[in-house]
Design a protein around this ligand. Sequence first.
Ligand code: CC7
Ligand code: ZN
Ligand code: ZN
Length: 250
Amino acid sequence: MSLQIQMLGTGSAFAKTFYNTSAMVTNEHARILIDCGFTTPKSLHKLGITPDQIDGIVISHIHADHVGGLEEIAFRLFYQHNKKRIKLFITEPLAFILWENTLKGGMNNPEDGYISLDDYFDVILLEENKPTEIFRGLTIEILPTQHILRKTSYSLFINSRIFYSADIRFNEQLLIHEVVQKRNCHTILHDCQLSGTGVIHATLEELLTLPDDVQKRIFLMHYDDKMPAYIGQTGSMTFIEQYQILTLPE
Ligand SMILES: Nc1ccn([C@@H]2O[C@@H]3COP(=O)(O)O[C@H]3[C@H]2O)c(=O)n1
Ligand SMILES: [Zn+2]
Ligand SMILES: [Zn+2]
């Protein structure tokens, strides 16, 4: 049995030639999204996939390039698919701020009695650091990581052997000791800021300091429009491209 990861986008928050970084993870039992940014509905549309064909969405953190497409997905299911509610896999602190600080402005509808996240989504709370089989053969572990100081943000382990950074500062210890030495992840999907000093994202310069054995496992994502100029300058790491499919052992 295999697991497929298809990138719906590989761009940074401000990229214009790539859609927002988001992954579609599929096995024989389910198809889920990791994050759903403001360009993700358009990316799905280009693939001919409608919201009712998605079984759930996992959320890494609250930035528009990771959650900005949720309102559209939920409204389309609600108003075009008979009030269908998609499964939303999220931690409790994120669920609270997602509604209160992001979605409530557009979705709160007291007149019809739709006043909470649960009115539009089938909210399934994930516990931090606890591997959870969300669908048969698909286990997600959500790991608190550093992105913006004091802002709740997570990376993910998928079926324990795939690491998905989402947005994260460079963390050598985590990548070498936890992701590679302890968990022996064969695949790492990592965000990458191509130039400038890394404050809230790992930079290419920082990632290039990793040992070759770690670099070989890394696919770079969440990059800006200048990515083509950096091809061949990423050591043993590879840029993953929009719509590229990785077929991985389950
Ligand atoms: N302290 C911050 C906060 C945000 N940003 C930029 O805004 C983007 C929001 O989405 P992101 O993908 O986390 O990338 C962030 C930075 O480009 C930034 O550069 N510094
Ligand atoms: Zn981002
Ligand atoms: Zn972010």
